[in-house]
Each structure stands twice: as C-alpha cells, then as structure tokens.
Ligand binder design. Structure first.
Ligand SMILES: O=C(O)CCC(=O)C(=O)O
Ligand SMILES: [Fe+2]
Length: 367
C-alpha cells in the first residue's frame, strides 16, 4: 500500500477509503487483514457458559468452543468472529433479509418514492423476474426494523416503531451474551443491501441513546473491505475483509469509532460454499428459529447474492429505564424531509442520496 495511505493526519481515513474504492488500477489488497488466515483466536474473552450448544444451534450458530474470535490491537472493545454459523444456516438468514424483512410494516428505501401498494410484495414481484435488470429486490438499498431510523433527522422515535423480528433478536441476544453483554435488547436494525459497486461512507453510529451496549454486525453474501478507524476522524483506520457469516461486535470505545465500507469484492469460493442451505431439516434442533429454505426460495436468494452483499446491524437504542426525549416542533419538521435512500453511493442503482452521520466530515464519495 502506498505510504501516504497509512500516514496519520486529517485525511488518513478518506485517503484509505479512496484507495480501496479505486477501480483503475485496482488497489493492492495485501495489507487487508483476513481473519480466515489467523489462528490465535481469543477463547478467553468469550463467555462460554452464557450460551449452551442447543441455544446456539437454534439460531444457526456453532458451539462457542468452535468460534474463532479476534480482538484488534489499538481497537479496544472490537471483536471479530470469523463465521460462527453452522454450515447451511446462513441460507436462512439470507432468505430472511431478502424475503421477510423487506415486508411491511418494516420500512425500506423504496417507500421513500413508491406507494405502499407498489412496495407491498417486493419478493413476489421480484422473484420470478430476477433474470431481468432492476427488480425491486435489486433496487433495495436498506430496510429498517424495530425503531425505524429516520435518515433525515438521524434519530429514532417512540412513534415510529414496529415489532422487532424475534428470531433476529434471539440471534443477536445469544451472540452478544457470548461476548460478555448479557441482556442485550434488539430494538432497531438497519439492513444494508450492497451491489458490487456500492460503498458506505465514513460515519459513526451514535444516534442510539444508549452506547453502553454493543452494536452487532452480521454479513452475508459477497465480501467487503471494512475500515475501522478510531474515535477521531483523523485516526488512520485498519482495513479488514468481511466475508459471508462474519460477525463484528463493536463495544466500549469501539462502539463510537469511525468506520466505512469502501468496496465490495467477490466472495472466496470457500465462503460462498458455506452459504448453501444444508438441504435437510433433520439437522435443526427442536424449537429452532432457523427453518429450512425451500429450493424455490434459494434459487432466488443465491442468484441475488451472487453479486450482492447484505449487512445487518442490530442496535439497542435505549438504556434500561430510558425513554425518548419529547419531540420539538422543529425536529418533527426535519423528520418529514426524508432522503430517498441511505448513506451509500449505490452508483449502479441511481440512488445517489448520501447519509452523513454523526456530524462527521463530508461524505468521502463526493470527492
Ligand atoms: O456494511 C457494513 O459492514 C457496515 C454497516 C454499517 O456500518 C452501518 O449500517 O452502520
Ligand atoms: Fe455503521
């Protein structure tokens, strides 16, 4: 990597973002950490007794003793779990992200410029068409669950809330408990749908009112380069690959650090093969949240995921006993001015709205 990319200074994050986003010539990926290659996993930081085998299997996770978890020097509170999913169970989560979570009453980017009847059955309207360009599914950029994030005012509010999916809460609760955060309450999620030319600008997730609980991130489908910076915009970031099934836990000081996704990359063959459904319901334990994915559904999911990535971040918004502040008339006014989409540059999708979060610097994609 060019020396200028790793230097400190005000633009270190932006420089690295642009370095990895560059198409021509493509960047050198040798300095990107790939946790698949690392062997010194951190067993000690996982709370083994907090998650038994059966509870893990019910949400599609391996027993904790088989998880490969890593912390990163210089990023306290950050934990990377290299694909803790049981072979075959990622397919269920992919189907949930594509078929179930975009359904009403959840909110997605398409609702910003289409009527409720047009966005009613994204899956049914897209599934049989997926060979043709630009189905609704392919135009999907984000979905929000639970407390629906307001992209205009950058807030959550009590009056824009729908039920959080119980199986996704079960997954988030069990992973966070295993990482030493018992009692995590999944109150909001943002699902990001990336095409091969999408990126996500530099931001901090600070709209949640309680930052003592971690932010959990789950990735499926194609791989990505993830840049993890520090609490200050000028802190030079660490670049790492995120492959399908990988999980990140951002807690403590790393809960409020700058991060970004400059690039989506084809998944290595081995990661793509983990995605395939197991094809047998018999491996699922009793009471499992993970259901078998039908061949018909998988045909659509696998075609979609061949050049797309889905990331799910699960957030606790409120601390114990905390409530939302009263809404002032001015913030109500602001929240009505919703952008058409989130914070990615989605070059191919024609959705060019950006989300600038947390009063951070201007979006790097603009420069
Ligand atoms: O796609 C990712 O890995 C990151 C997503 C993210 O940072 C967010 O949704 O806030
Ligand atoms: Fe984020």
């Amino acid at each position: 990597m060019a020396a200028s990319v790793v230097e400190g200074g005000e633009d270190a994050f932006r420089k690295m973002f642009k370095f990895y986003k560059r198409r021509d010539p493509p960047p050198d990926f040798r300095d990107v950490a790939d946790f698949r290659d690392y062997c010194n996993s951190l067993f000690t930081c996982l709370s083994r007794t907090s998650l038994n085998h059966e509870d893990a299997a019910q949400v599609g996770l391996k027993p904790i003793r088989d998880w490969r978890a890593f912390s990163l020097q210089g990023h306290p509170g950050f934990l990377f779990i290299s694909n803790p999913f049981l072979r075959g169970s990622q397919a269920f989560w992919v189907r949930q992200c594509l078929k179930t979570y975009p359904q009403k009453p959840n909110v997605c980017n398409l609702d910003m410029h289409m009527s409720p009847s047009e966005t009613q059955d994204i899956w049914d309207k897209s599934a049989y068409l997926l060979r043709q360009p630009k189905t609704l599914l392919e135009k999907l950029r984000w979905v929000t669950l639970g407390y629906h994030y307001n992209w205009g005012s950058k807030t959550y509010s009590a009056d824009h809330h729908t039920a959080f999916p119980s199986e996704l809460h079960a997954l988030a609760f069990r992973i966070t408990a295993a990482c030493g955060f018992p009692g995590f309450s999944s109150e909001a999620a943002i699902l990001n749908y990336y095409r091969s030319d999408s990126s996500l600008g530099i931001h901090v997730d600070e709209s949640e009112l309680d930052h003592s609980q971690p932010l959990l991130s789950l990735s499926f489908g194609q791989s990505a380069i993830f840049l993890l910076g520090g609490p200050h915009r000028q802190d030079p970031p660490t670049a790492m690959f995120m492959h399908s099934g990988d999980v990140m836990v951002m807690s403590g000081p790393s809960r409020l650090t700058y991060h970004a996704v400059p690039r989506i990359l084809p998944a290595p063959l081995e990661c793509a093969s983990f995605l395939e459904p197991s094809g047998s319901a018999s491996v699922l334990p009793d009471g499992s949240a993970v259901e078998p994915v039908t061949e018909e559904d998988w045909a659509v999911c696998s075609r979609y995921i061949q050049n797309s990535r889905v990331n799910v971040t699960v957030r606790q918004v409120l601390g114990l006993g905390q409530s939302f502040p009263e809404t002032t008339p001015s913030s109500v006014f602001q929240s009505e001015k919703l952008p058409a989409n989130g914070y990615r540059d989605g070059a191919a999708g024609g959705d060019n709205g950006k989300r600038k979060r947390s009063g951070s610097d201007s979006n790097p994609d603009k420069t």
